[in-house]
Design a binder for this molecule. Structure first.
Ligand code: NI
Length: 258
Protein backbone atom coordinates (compact mmCIF):
# COMPACT_ATOMS: atom_id res chain seq x y z
CA UNK A 1 0.00 0.00 0.00
CA UNK A 2 1.45 3.37 -1.04
CA UNK A 3 -0.30 6.43 0.35
CA UNK A 4 0.44 10.11 -0.26
CA UNK A 5 -1.17 12.57 2.16
CA UNK A 6 -1.41 15.50 -0.24
CA UNK A 7 -2.65 18.08 2.25
CA UNK A 8 -1.46 18.09 5.82
CA UNK A 9 -0.33 20.68 8.34
CA UNK A 10 2.57 19.07 10.18
CA UNK A 11 3.65 22.70 10.53
CA UNK A 12 0.74 23.22 12.96
CA UNK A 13 1.81 23.07 16.60
CA UNK A 14 -0.67 20.26 17.41
CA UNK A 15 1.37 17.94 15.17
CA UNK A 16 4.75 19.67 15.09
CA UNK A 17 5.19 19.24 18.85
CA UNK A 18 4.92 15.45 18.62
CA UNK A 19 6.27 14.91 15.14
CA UNK A 20 8.24 11.70 15.69
CA UNK A 21 5.20 9.83 16.99
CA UNK A 22 2.96 11.27 14.24
CA UNK A 23 5.36 10.25 11.47
CA UNK A 24 5.95 6.80 12.88
CA UNK A 25 2.25 5.93 13.06
CA UNK A 26 1.71 7.36 9.57
CA UNK A 27 4.41 5.07 8.19
CA UNK A 28 2.78 2.05 9.82
CA UNK A 29 -0.38 2.45 7.73
CA UNK A 30 1.55 2.98 4.47
CA UNK A 31 1.88 6.76 4.25
CA UNK A 32 5.00 7.15 2.13
CA UNK A 33 4.83 10.83 1.24
CA UNK A 34 3.34 13.92 2.81
CA UNK A 35 2.73 17.38 1.38
CA UNK A 36 2.90 19.94 4.17
CA UNK A 37 0.85 22.98 3.25
CA UNK A 38 1.46 26.51 4.50
CA UNK A 39 -1.19 29.12 5.22
CA UNK A 40 0.97 32.19 5.84
CA UNK A 41 4.63 33.16 5.77
CA UNK A 42 5.71 31.51 9.03
CA UNK A 43 3.84 28.24 8.41
CA UNK A 44 5.12 28.06 4.83
CA UNK A 45 8.70 28.54 6.00
CA UNK A 46 8.12 25.78 8.54
CA UNK A 47 6.82 23.54 5.75
CA UNK A 48 10.05 24.13 3.82
CA UNK A 49 12.10 23.42 6.94
CA UNK A 50 10.30 20.06 7.37
CA UNK A 51 10.69 19.21 3.68
CA UNK A 52 14.42 19.85 3.91
CA UNK A 53 14.68 17.71 7.01
CA UNK A 54 12.78 14.63 5.71
CA UNK A 55 13.14 13.22 2.20
CA UNK A 56 9.47 12.03 2.10
CA UNK A 57 8.05 15.44 3.01
CA UNK A 58 7.31 18.18 0.45
CA UNK A 59 6.15 21.76 0.89
CA UNK A 60 3.42 24.00 -0.53
CA UNK A 61 3.81 27.69 0.16
CA UNK A 62 1.32 30.52 -0.01
CA UNK A 63 -1.20 32.76 1.70
CA UNK A 64 -4.59 31.31 2.75
CA UNK A 65 -7.61 33.60 2.16
CA UNK A 66 -8.34 34.08 5.87
CA UNK A 67 -4.70 34.96 6.64
CA UNK A 68 -4.29 38.02 4.44
CA UNK A 69 -4.66 40.70 7.10
CA UNK A 70 -1.54 42.82 7.16
CA UNK A 71 0.30 40.75 4.55
CA UNK A 72 2.59 43.03 2.57
CA UNK A 73 4.15 42.79 -0.84
CA UNK A 74 7.49 42.37 0.94
CA UNK A 75 6.14 39.34 2.88
CA UNK A 76 4.97 37.80 -0.36
CA UNK A 77 8.26 38.39 -2.16
CA UNK A 78 10.29 37.15 0.77
CA UNK A 79 8.35 33.88 1.07
CA UNK A 80 7.95 33.26 -2.63
CA UNK A 81 11.69 33.68 -3.22
CA UNK A 82 11.74 30.02 -2.10
CA UNK A 83 9.66 28.82 -5.05
CA UNK A 84 12.65 27.25 -6.82
CA UNK A 85 13.64 25.19 -3.79
CA UNK A 86 13.39 21.61 -5.15
CA UNK A 87 11.23 20.53 -2.19
CA UNK A 88 8.65 23.26 -2.83
CA UNK A 89 6.20 21.50 -5.16
CA UNK A 90 3.10 23.71 -5.11
CA UNK A 91 1.63 27.12 -4.33
CA UNK A 92 -0.97 26.80 -1.57
CA UNK A 93 -3.12 26.89 0.10
CA UNK A 94 -4.73 29.74 -1.79
CA UNK A 95 -8.32 30.56 -2.64
CA UNK A 96 -11.50 32.08 -1.25
CA UNK A 97 -13.26 31.70 2.08
CA UNK A 98 -16.66 33.37 2.35
CA UNK A 99 -17.60 31.42 5.46
CA UNK A 100 -15.24 33.36 7.72
CA UNK A 101 -15.08 36.56 5.67
CA UNK A 102 -18.33 38.41 4.95
CA UNK A 103 -17.09 41.93 4.25
CA UNK A 104 -17.22 42.65 0.48
CA UNK A 105 -14.04 44.71 0.61
CA UNK A 106 -12.16 41.86 2.30
CA UNK A 107 -13.59 39.39 -0.21
CA UNK A 108 -12.27 41.60 -2.98
CA UNK A 109 -8.82 41.41 -1.40
CA UNK A 110 -9.11 37.61 -1.25
CA UNK A 111 -9.84 37.51 -4.97
CA UNK A 112 -6.87 39.74 -5.78
CA UNK A 113 -4.48 37.56 -3.77
CA UNK A 114 -5.92 34.40 -5.24
CA UNK A 115 -5.34 35.64 -8.79
CA UNK A 116 -1.90 36.97 -7.94
CA UNK A 117 -0.86 33.59 -6.51
CA UNK A 118 -2.29 31.58 -9.44
CA UNK A 119 -0.34 33.77 -11.82
CA UNK A 120 2.78 33.38 -9.72
CA UNK A 121 2.37 29.58 -9.83
CA UNK A 122 1.94 29.69 -13.61
CA UNK A 123 5.04 31.81 -14.01
CA UNK A 124 7.07 29.37 -11.90
CA UNK A 125 5.50 26.23 -13.39
CA UNK A 126 3.90 24.97 -10.18
CA UNK A 127 0.48 23.43 -9.48
CA UNK A 128 -1.81 25.06 -6.91
CA UNK A 129 -3.66 23.80 -3.84
CA UNK A 130 -7.02 25.55 -3.66
CA UNK A 131 -9.02 26.28 -0.53
CA UNK A 132 -12.64 27.11 -1.30
CA UNK A 133 -15.31 27.58 1.33
CA UNK A 134 -18.77 28.78 0.40
CA UNK A 135 -17.34 30.68 -2.57
CA UNK A 136 -17.56 28.10 -5.31
CA UNK A 137 -18.94 30.32 -8.07
CA UNK A 138 -16.37 33.09 -7.66
CA UNK A 139 -13.63 30.50 -7.21
CA UNK A 140 -14.55 28.72 -10.41
CA UNK A 141 -14.81 31.97 -12.37
CA UNK A 142 -11.33 32.97 -11.28
CA UNK A 143 -9.96 29.54 -12.18
CA UNK A 144 -11.58 29.79 -15.61
CA UNK A 145 -10.18 33.27 -16.27
CA UNK A 146 -6.76 32.51 -14.82
CA UNK A 147 -6.42 28.85 -15.58
CA UNK A 148 -3.71 27.07 -13.59
CA UNK A 149 -1.27 26.04 -16.32
CA UNK A 150 0.33 23.32 -14.22
CA UNK A 151 -2.95 22.04 -12.81
CA UNK A 152 -3.84 21.90 -9.15
CA UNK A 153 -6.17 20.36 -6.64
CA UNK A 154 -9.48 21.47 -5.20
CA UNK A 155 -8.47 20.64 -1.66
CA UNK A 156 -11.25 19.17 0.50
CA UNK A 157 -13.68 19.41 -2.38
CA UNK A 158 -17.09 20.32 -1.04
CA UNK A 159 -18.94 21.10 -4.26
CA UNK A 160 -21.76 19.21 -5.91
CA UNK A 161 -21.55 16.44 -8.50
CA UNK A 162 -22.75 18.98 -11.11
CA UNK A 163 -19.88 21.37 -10.35
CA UNK A 164 -17.43 18.48 -10.48
CA UNK A 165 -17.61 18.47 -14.27
CA UNK A 166 -16.51 22.13 -14.32
CA UNK A 167 -13.45 21.38 -12.20
CA UNK A 168 -12.53 18.37 -14.32
CA UNK A 169 -12.75 20.54 -17.43
CA UNK A 170 -10.00 22.71 -15.95
CA UNK A 171 -7.80 19.58 -15.74
CA UNK A 172 -7.70 19.86 -11.98
CA UNK A 173 -7.77 17.16 -9.32
CA UNK A 174 -10.26 16.54 -6.52
CA UNK A 175 -8.94 16.16 -2.97
CA UNK A 176 -11.08 14.15 -0.55
CA UNK A 177 -10.54 13.81 3.18
CA UNK A 178 -12.29 13.22 6.51
CA UNK A 179 -15.72 14.62 5.57
CA UNK A 180 -16.08 11.80 3.02
CA UNK A 181 -16.37 9.37 5.93
CA UNK A 182 -18.96 11.32 7.93
CA UNK A 183 -22.17 9.31 8.20
CA UNK A 184 -24.30 12.23 6.91
CA UNK A 185 -21.91 13.11 4.04
CA UNK A 186 -24.20 12.54 1.08
CA UNK A 187 -22.56 14.89 -1.46
CA UNK A 188 -18.90 13.92 -0.89
CA UNK A 189 -19.87 10.26 -1.29
CA UNK A 190 -21.64 11.05 -4.58
CA UNK A 191 -18.60 13.04 -5.72
CA UNK A 192 -16.31 10.14 -4.84
CA UNK A 193 -18.45 7.78 -6.87
CA UNK A 194 -18.48 10.12 -9.86
CA UNK A 195 -14.89 11.39 -9.98
CA UNK A 196 -12.60 9.40 -12.29
CA UNK A 197 -10.01 7.58 -10.16
CA UNK A 198 -7.27 9.25 -12.26
CA UNK A 199 -8.35 12.65 -10.90
CA UNK A 200 -8.65 11.78 -7.24
CA UNK A 201 -6.20 12.66 -4.45
CA UNK A 202 -6.30 11.66 -0.79
CA UNK A 203 -5.57 14.08 2.01
CA UNK A 204 -6.16 14.58 5.72
CA UNK A 205 -5.96 18.36 6.30
CA UNK A 206 -4.61 17.25 9.69
CA UNK A 207 -4.85 18.44 12.46
CA UNK A 208 -8.34 19.34 11.16
CA UNK A 209 -11.19 17.21 9.78
CA UNK A 210 -10.57 13.92 11.57
CA UNK A 211 -12.54 11.16 9.82
CA UNK A 212 -15.36 9.11 11.32
CA UNK A 213 -15.28 7.61 13.99
CA UNK A 214 -12.55 9.99 15.22
CA UNK A 215 -14.48 13.12 14.28
CA UNK A 216 -13.65 16.01 16.62
CA UNK A 217 -10.22 14.71 17.66
CA UNK A 218 -6.81 15.99 16.51
CA UNK A 219 -6.39 14.51 13.04
CA UNK A 220 -3.13 12.90 11.88
CA UNK A 221 -1.79 11.53 8.59
CA UNK A 222 -2.31 7.95 9.84
CA UNK A 223 -6.08 8.52 9.74
CA UNK A 224 -5.89 8.77 5.94
CA UNK A 225 -6.34 4.99 6.06
CA UNK A 226 -9.98 5.57 7.06
CA UNK A 227 -10.49 7.85 4.05
CA UNK A 228 -8.91 5.26 1.75
CA UNK A 229 -11.22 2.59 3.21
CA UNK A 230 -14.25 4.72 2.37
CA UNK A 231 -13.03 5.41 -1.19
CA UNK A 232 -12.46 1.68 -1.60
CA UNK A 233 -15.97 0.90 -0.39
CA UNK A 234 -17.56 3.51 -2.68
CA UNK A 235 -15.49 2.72 -5.78
CA UNK A 236 -15.82 -1.04 -5.29
CA UNK A 237 -12.29 -1.73 -6.55
CA UNK A 238 -9.35 -3.32 -4.75
CA UNK A 239 -7.71 -1.14 -2.14
CA UNK A 240 -4.29 -1.84 -3.62
CA UNK A 241 -5.38 -0.67 -7.08
CA UNK A 242 -7.01 2.48 -5.69
CA UNK A 243 -4.06 3.45 -3.53
CA UNK A 244 -1.59 2.79 -6.36
CA UNK A 245 -3.51 4.92 -8.87
CA UNK A 246 -4.01 7.76 -6.38
CA UNK A 247 -0.34 7.65 -5.39
CA UNK A 248 0.61 7.98 -9.06
CA UNK A 249 -1.85 10.87 -9.52
CA UNK A 250 -0.26 12.68 -6.59
CA UNK A 251 3.30 12.25 -7.86
CA UNK A 252 2.27 13.31 -11.34
CA UNK A 253 0.54 16.48 -10.14
CA UNK A 254 3.36 17.56 -7.85
CA UNK A 255 6.07 16.47 -10.26
CA UNK A 256 7.63 14.02 -7.82
CA UNK A 257 9.41 10.83 -8.85
CA UNK A 258 7.34 7.72 -8.10
NI1 NI B 1 -5.55 22.95 4.99
Amino acid sequence: MRIFDTHCHLNHEDLYNRLDEVLESAKKVGVEKILVVGWDKASSLKAIELAEQYDFIYAAIGFHPTELNGVTEADFNELMANIDNPKVVAVGEIGLDYHWVKDPEERKIQKEWFIKQIEFANLHKKPISVHNREAFEDCLNILKEHQPQYSGVMHCYSGSVESLAEVLKLNMYIGLDGPLTFTNAKTPKEVCEEVPLERLLLETDAPYLAPHPLRGTVNEPKNIALVLDEVTRIKGLSKKHISDVIFENSCKLFNIEL
